[in-house]
Design a binder for this molecule. Structure first.
Ligand code: SAH
Length: 256
């Protein structure tokens, strides 16, 4: 998989800051600047679908459920998956998105007439792949307000007769069925587990997956190699502050 979540978050924070002319520290080769915080915003308290105000564990806290139209950069900071930019990054990650699509389109016999659960459905992309692969019914659960957009996207693709999105935390939502045949989900973070939602996926599997049901994906491999970054070690461990700190690297930086 390509872009991972902490870089998604940094990218998002920068985009948000640019939109408000706010400086974000930590960018490569930027001089140290005072951080100007956005002005306090009035709290928006409506569009609460459940009495509980959920937060998406591990992937940025969500203070409250808001309309995407009414959200400010501060709200997006706390509900980072609400902003389309982060989903744009994921959708444009071809390796990621096409692998999911192929896994379903190349296994239509597996999806035909099945009940599918999409854990953390985001824009609804995986739900739509499952519906197009022949699923009878797809339930998507999404705690971020991007779920509002996903419902429009699904409708625009004429798949709203098959897909139903539930807004809320996987751990709190009730589904209209006891069990599902297949669970699809994209939960992986940096180094597989960082900021990940594996606990949520395991929770969903144990609660809803039929015995013998399928998980997409159902395995992952983590390859690890030890390296030493001398400059980083000198700064972080040997506290050599007289030297300038190493730059923060981003996967988007050009390789020199
Ligand atoms: N399935 C989409 C989005 C993947 S990102 C895609 O492949 O493009 C993971 C999504 O899971 C985010 O939108 C995040 O808000 C959601 N999420 C994370 N933890 C959750 C939880 N506990 N309950 C519901 N949604 C959750």
């Amino acid at each position: 998989m390509g872009i991972k979540h902490s870089s998604r978050c940094l990218l998002l924070r920068r985009k948000m800051a640019e939109a408000e002319n706010v400086e974000v520290c930590g960018g490569p080769s930027q001089p140290v600047q005072p951080v100007v915080l956005p002005k306090p915003v009035q709290l928006v308290q409506h569009v609460i679908h459940t009495p509980i105000q959920p937060s998406c564990p591990g992937r940025g806290k969500m203070a409250k459920l808001l309309n995407p139209e009414e959200m400010t950069s501060r709200d997006y900071y706390f509900d980072s998956y609400a902003h389309f930019g982060i989903h744009e990054e994921m959708l444009k990650d071809e390796v990621r998105t096409l692998t999911y699509r192929n896994s379903m389109y190349h296994n239509k016999h597996v999806f035909k007439d099945k009940i599918v659960l999409d854990v953390g459905s985001g824009t609804g992309i995986l739900s739509m792949f499952a519906a197009k692969a022949g699923a009878k019914k797809v339930y998507g659960i999404e705690c971020s307000s991007v779920s509002d957009y996903s419902e429009k996207i699904i409708k625009a693709n004429h798949l709203d007769n098959i897909i139903t999105i539930f807004r809320g935390k996987v751990e709190e939502v009730e589904l209209p069925v006891d069990k599902v045949d297949i669970i699809i989900t994209e939960w992986m973070g940096y180094c597989l587990f960082y900021e990940s939602m594996l606990n949520t996926v395991i929770f969903a599997r144990d609660k809803w997956l039929k015995p013998g049901g399928l998980m997409f994906p159902d395995r992952a491999a983590l390859y690890v190699v030890a390296i030493e970054d001398r400059q980083y070690k000198d700064f972080k461990i040997h506290c050599e502050y007289d030297r300038p700190p190493p730059p923060l690297y981003s996967p988007h930086d050009p390789i020199n």
